[in-house]
Design a protein around this ligand. Structure first.
Ligand code: HEM
Length: 494
């Protein structure tokens, strides 16, 4: 049961396989999952195409060993499954249970990371949050990030920067009125500017901004496919210099960079065992850019594609927006908590298209038993949330985009429910949930309140996915915006 799936081939590139010739990938629960899906699949539903499909639902792991696995010694399932109702329930409990065991019961053990090659080069040897092993350095960085940088208070204080970017995008979309725009690229450019503006106050403008956005998108996509790139900071050649200069000049700009530099200055005075250094500053900024751009902009693109496929959903979103905001007003971030249907759209988008479909690989710090399987210390564990989100024993009509299933329900992004956790769960849960929610909802609300959207004639709407460590649309979404608000000033850059 070695898994030579195209997904992992995509994920782990030829270089990776070359360098790790003895690395073997095993789908841990393949046998049971296949049996169950074959017997429980509703007739009207076809299996979603492509890996990581429900076949690999649950958890898979791989490890490096010196011999090839001709006579596999991997663990056997403790339970066999058949089509009876009680066993279906057992199967559901097992799927959900495995996620819970990894991310909750054994959270401390599985909170560890094994730095992938691309992670190492992009994060100064794993000095960031994403790739840092579980320990005091990770805890210190996580505290800085979640409690200070990405807290509601800090995010409120830099709202103006987000608002300015959103206005620019509206103006930009208004210019070629009637022509198709690449929704993903617009989303990426806006999110990238929002993130970088919050980080260093909008140093990039005009043509340079356009060029940087295109180049960075390419780089980020490559990185998320785990291709080793020399260093993300190479993309910002003057970055290191600028950081040091800012440090010297002690500018009083209100952005993350200044905040981190102040923190570093404060930290240099104490004799803490885990000092906060300039390397941490740079690695954290990279986390914000790499973790916060593609994930959010791909979610926006998937949401727009699904909404365009379902005119009744578009109508409901726009009615809600009009009732809360009014026809001749601009959306503000403060409106977002009054938009339950739009929030349900975001949740449903992340159910069907969780943009981090296998989480970031977890690496147990000691050999552990999960669901009757022995997971060796140092394995690379992938939690397949994509498949759990499409499991027909959990979700009615799992392949249907239906935001109403998230109205008046218990599901949220907290990771407490192991049937729905697009941001992960436990200690390693996404550090940027608050920011992702604000960015995605504010952007979607603005796009749908300010414009009507249609698909160009002769274009086919295709929501199929391209797998990688970050999920994206296989075919970029092209759509035509038509202004809905009659006050021209709204479309001017301010
Ligand atoms: C829709 C948008 C996003 C989704 C779906 C998402 C999802 C995830 C997931 C699934 C993980 C891995 C959890 C695990 O390994 O168990 C993660 C980790 C992380 N995310 Fe996000 N994320 C999003 C946006 C953001 C944003 C906006 C930021 C910051 C600006 C961010 C920063 C991070 C960081 C730093 C980690 C590593 C946490 C750790 O290892 O302790 N993410 N995210």
């Amino acid at each position: 049961m070695i898994l030579p799936s195209t997904f992992f081939q995509d994920l782990l590139t030829a270089d990776y396989w070359h360098n790790h010739g003895t690395t073997i990938v095993i789908t841990l629960f393949l046998i049971s999952a296949l049996t169950c899906y074959a017997c429980r699949k509703p007739k009207a539903q076809s299996l979603p195409p492509g890996p990581p499909g429900p076949q690999s639902s649950g958890i898979s792991y791989h490890w490096t060993q010196t011999s090839t696995l001709t006579s596999p010694a991997w663990p056997r399932p403790t339970a066999q499954f058949s089509s009876s109702n009680s066993q279906q329930a057992r199967h559901r409990a097992d799927f959900t249970g495995r996620g819970r065991q990894v991310l909750k019961d054994h959270d401390t053990v599985f909170a560890n990371r094994d730095v992938l090659a691309a992670g190492r080069v992009s994060s100064y040897g794993g000095s960031d949050i994403v790739w840092n092993p579980y320990g005091p350095e990770w805890r210190m960085l996580r505290k800085v990030c979640v409690l200070k940088m990405l807290s509601n208070t800090t995010l409120d204080s830099v709202y103006n920067l987000r608002r300015k970017e959103m206005r620019k995008t509206v103006a930009h979309l208004h210019e070629p009125a009637g022509s198709p725009v690449n929704v993903g690229e617009q989303g990426f450019r806006t999110v990238m500017n929002v993130v970088t503006n919050m980080m260093w106050g909008g140093a990039v403008e005009g043509a340079e901004r356009e060029r940087l956005a295109v180049e960075f998108r390419e780089l980020a996509s490559e990185m998320t496919l785990l291709l080793g790139k020399p260093n993300v900071s190479d993309f910002f050649p003057s970055w290191h210099g600028s950081i040091c200069k800012r440090s010297d000049e002690g500018q009083e700009k209100k952005d993350f960079l200044q905040f981190l530099l102040n923190l570093k200055e404060e930290a240099s005075g104490d004799d803490s065992k885990t000092p906060f250094t300039i390397t941490h500053v740079k690695a954290l900024l990279i986390d914000m850019v790499v973790g916060g751009t593609d994930t959010s902009s791909n979610t926006i693109e998937f949401a727009m594609a699904e909404i365009l496929r379902k005119p009744e959903v578009m109508k409901k979103v726009q009615e809600e927006l009009e009732s809360v905001i009014g026809k001749d007003n601009m959306v503000e971030e403060s409106h977002i908590h009054k938009l339950p249907y739009l929030q349900a759209v975001m949740k449903e988008t992340l159910r069907l298209h969780p943009t981090v479909p296998l989480m970031v690989p977890h690496c147990p710090s000691e050999t552990t038993t999960v669901g009757g399987y022995t997971i060796p210390k140092g394995s690379r564990v992938f939690v397949n949330v994509w498949a759990i989100h499409r499991d027909p024993s959990i979700w009615e009509q799992p392949l249907e985009f239906d935001p109403s299933r998230f109205l008046d329900t218990k599901w949220d992004f907290s990771g407490k429910d192991f049937n729905y956790f697009p941001f992960g769960s436990g200690r390693r849960i996404c550090a940027g949930i608050l920011m992702a929610e604000r960015t995605v909802l504010y952007f979607l609300a603005t796009l749908l309140h300010t414009f009507d959207w249609t698909i160009p004639q002769n274009e086919k709407l295709d929501v199929s996915e391209k797998f990688g460590i970050i999920l994206k649309m296989k075919t970029p979404l092209l759509a035509i915006p038509t202004p809905r608000i009659s006050i021209p000033d709204f479309y001017k850059q301010s």
